[in-house]
Design a protein around this ligand. Sequence first.
Ligand code: HEC
Length: 457
Amino acid sequence: MQSRLSNETAKPFAYTACLPAHVTSLAVVAALQLASAACSSSNAGPGPSGVDASVVDANSVDAQPAPSSDAAGADTAISQEAGGQGDAEADSGTYVESVLTLDLFLESTQVDSGAPVADAGGDADDGDAAVAAPTVTTLTITARDGSLPVVTDLWLYTLDGQGNMTPLAGFTSTQPRKSPRRMLPATIAGTPSGLTPADDGSENGTMTCSCGSRGTLDQGAFVSGVTGTVTVTLPSAPTTPILVVAAVEDERYAGAAVINPDGSPGSVPAGVGTPETHTWVSFSRDVAPVLKVACIACHTGEDPTSTAGAGVGPGYNANFYYVTGTADDLVNANFAINEQTLACQMTNPDGGLSLAQCIQSITEAQFLVEPGAPAASDLLQRSRPDEDAGTSPQGLLWYGSRGARYNTKYGDRRMPSTTLSTSPDAGAWDNLPCYFDANPAQFQLLFDWVAQGAISN
Ligand code: HEC
């Protein structure tokens, strides 16, 4: 039990009021918020695993291990590496992205809705019209750096005969992003944001993370949940090749792969998925000063279990979340422990063994930053500049779990909070622009630092 309390709760416990000069009061309701629920529930999309499926597509070209239980020889899989060179270190201050390996795996399954199906057995090859049940096609994608599975962003397209790319939208995914669009807004208050890679309106993105958490705790020990894999249920069986472009937001990697409707490998259009050159962002030089100006006033990290003061009630304490000025805290401090430890303390006010056992049984692990994946990083989700100061529909998706900037339970979901209202009524909140709406170039620095792997440098 000591080990589980180690890094996070060993911080000095000294209450620090959370009120920056520009905020007169934080009107938040004093009730326990398990922020994990608020911030990751929208990510927890159910997979297609609940359906009773039988395999009907029998075009086997490969012995790649199937990602789900299914009939032998009934699947198709390819593995290919995208073009371009690897991670040649360039001159000082710049570097070239490494090439990812992408495995694509196309599978058609016949969904048995429970109703009697006329032709359930027999010939599985042709999926002919006598079969009444609908067919569902899934595409399973795994991204690896060598043999290492990685968390990264993926973008789906269909290809026509000329190699023209059309964004493929309308799919569901086992690892949905908060929004299937690119994270950075293209415009802010009607003028170009200057941010890149910006939202182009396409809703064709997914990720290879269990977004919101990179793993779980088992008796205090961290167990990685990173598989590098996502399964996408396509809106319909493909009739054209599907192109997957990886790591558009991720600045560590590049890669792309194509799978044909029959499951065979296709060719990636020239110039797609090739490594880019980036300028290194330094945490100490570029990022820490921004956090100091915009975040640290509240997120001191000094008393993660404080239940008092400044209108910030239990569970609303910004000190749960260590935006303290070190990269290590952002990447490695498991803030779910802080939240759940407080929950344990409230249900076990007498402490002792029952409290220790409660804490020992915490399984959640959540972190503010997912290296390489800005769109899966709470830190950036909550502080994203908005097309329209927090009121645009596509921006709202990023801040909380319910598509609203404010709610009476949690207060302002955008960071840093700029509300001047003392009313808990959502309608009374000021809808003021946030820091990064006015300073998008600084958000780009944060974004790039996370996208580059959130290195402490
Ligand atoms: C005015 C005080 C204040 C400032 C300034 C502030 N925060 Fe917060 N922050 C809070 C409070 C209070 C909470 C807890 C309530 C909630 O989740 O909204 C919080 C919660 C968060 C969370 C939620 C973690 C989770 O998953 O539940 C993130 C991420 C966050 N802040 C990031 C930032 C960033 C990044 C900045 C700087 C751009 C910032 N905050 C500036 C007060 C502040």
